[in-house]
Design a binder for this molecule. Structure first.
Ligand code: MG
Length: 179
């Protein structure tokens, strides 16, 4: 470490980088909102994809989520650059089904939003709807071993937030502030 300045966390920088990095890796907020719509449409008659966007934004504003996104994408990029340790490199490169740390990292996102998030995460992981098909197709040189789980987890968390918010609205509860 050559930087002599004391380290101070810059939260707005982390939020900005997270948002930019997702776009750069081909994941738009709208694509995540489409997954949320897929998960919640039967519980919210007339639900539009745009209605889901606010929940995607809210999930992405959480520090735990940003940290997981950055860490996961960084590992995918290092794998593409073949900079990982031997053994780990091959497992991430080939999305080894017995590896599992990609799912565990994504659970740190779902963890923030409770059991509805957990069940929806498992559901999209199995079904792989929408953008998850592309992230899993392995047709190009891009490696998305971590990103596919992260995107599924953000969508599952946004779906959970939507469900809990609806109940709060039904009950007219506006305090304490919900995140
Ligand atoms: Mg994966």
């Amino acid at each position: 470490m050559t930087d002599t300045k004391p380290y101070i966390l810059d939260s707005s920088k982390i939020a900005k980088i997270t948002s930019e990095l997702l776009e750069k890796r081909g994941v738009t907020k709208l694509a995540i909102a489409e997954l949320v719509h897929f998960l919640q449409k039967e519980y919210f008659p007339g639900l539009k994809t745009e209605d889901c966007l606010v929940h995607v934004d809210a999930v992405l504003s959480k520090r735990e989520v940003q940290n997981a996104v950055l860490t996961g994408i960084q590992l995918d990029i290092l794998a593409e650059e073949r900079k990982l340790l031997p053994g780990l490199q091959e497992m991430i490169e080939h999305d080894e089904s017995l590896y599992g740390c990609d799912e565990i990292l994504a659970l740190s996102i779902v963890n923030v939003y409770g059991s509805i998030g957990f069940t929806n995460f498992g559901y999209v992981d199995k079904l792989k709807p929408g953008i998850l098909v592309h992230l899993n197709d392995k047709k190009d040189k891009d490696i998305h071993t971590f990103l596919d789980d992260i995107v599924g987890a953000i969508a599952a968390s946004a779906a959970s937030r939507m469900a809990h918010r609806r109940q709060a609205e039904i009950e007219g509860v506006t305090t304490p502030p919900l995140d």
